[in-house]
Design a protein around this ligand. Structure first.
Ligand SMILES: O=C(CO)[C@H](O)[C@H](O)COP(=O)(O)O
Length: 226
């Protein structure tokens, strides 16, 4: 993955469930790169979202990349299932396992990109010995589980730290940010080193503009130099 490239991943949990396919067409039209698919289990997070049947139905409908984010307590069992359903990037939380290396290598062995997600309160040190094996770090800028939450400003510093750890190792790893990503927060996070922006109710799905227009405006915002 190319750390200098800006990528927009639209969070499907924020789309209109009653007219999903039409929203996906608008996202394609608006030039997003990926669909961010939050899989929630009611255990790791106190909410439920998305699942296998939905991915199975959606996969033949779009060529957008599937950026699967497990917000689940036991992602190990789900990795092969979602790989088989056409996930392109598979991200799980470092807080859920003591088997980081095993799980990352199982994702890579299935031919998928591997991402690790960190809650706002999780320090970045945990990444030190796993950096060489991963493609993306997903830095949560809200506690996972719900759309429309308040951005945690302290996380900007963490993005900066992760970016300098990656650069000092000359690695090519994407830094994604998720939660409250919009006009006010993109400049701070971009300056700190983020390059994958997860779009939710704070941007593309705010309802202010049509989705395709909002998606184009969001890309402009993310591509600006700050
Ligand atoms: O991870 C998520 C919820 O846990 C969503 O992807 C994200 O929070 C949605 O973005 P917004 O905060 O803009 O509604």
């Amino acid at each position: 993955m190319n750390e200098e490239t800006i990528k927009i991943s639209a969070s499907l949990d924020c789309a209109n469930y009653l007219d999903l396919l039409s929203d996906i067409r608008k996202l394609e039209e608006g030039g997003v790169n990926m669909l961010h698919l939050d899989i929630m289990d009611g255990h790791f997070v106190p909410n439920y979202a998305l699942g296998t049947n939905l991915l199975r139905k959606l996969r033949p409908q779009t060529s957008l990349l599937f950026d699967v984010h497990f917000m689940t307590s036991n992602p190990e069992v789900s990795i092969p299932i979602f790989a088989d359903l056409g996930a392109d990037i598979i991200t799980f939380h470092v807080e859920t396992t003591s088997r980081l290396h095993q799980m990352v290598s199982s994702i890579k062995n299935l031919g998928k990109k591997a991402g690790l997600a960190l809650n706002p309160s999780t320090p970045p040190d945990i990444l030190e010995y796993i950096f060489p094996y991963i493609d993306m770090v997903l830095v949560m800028t809200v506690d996972p589980g719900f759309v429309g939450q308040k951005f945690v400003p302290e996380v900007v510093k963490k993005v900066q730290i992760i970016k300098s750890l990656i650069d000092s190792r000359h690695l090519n790893i994407d830094i994604a940010v998720d939660g409250g990503i919009g006009e006010k927060t993109v400049p701070l996070l971009k300056k700190a080193g983020a390059n994958v922006f997860i779009a939710g109710t704070s941007s593309i799905f705010s309802g202010k503009d049509e989705i395709e227009i909002a998606a184009r405006k969001f890309r402009e915002l993310c591509e600006k130099t700050y």
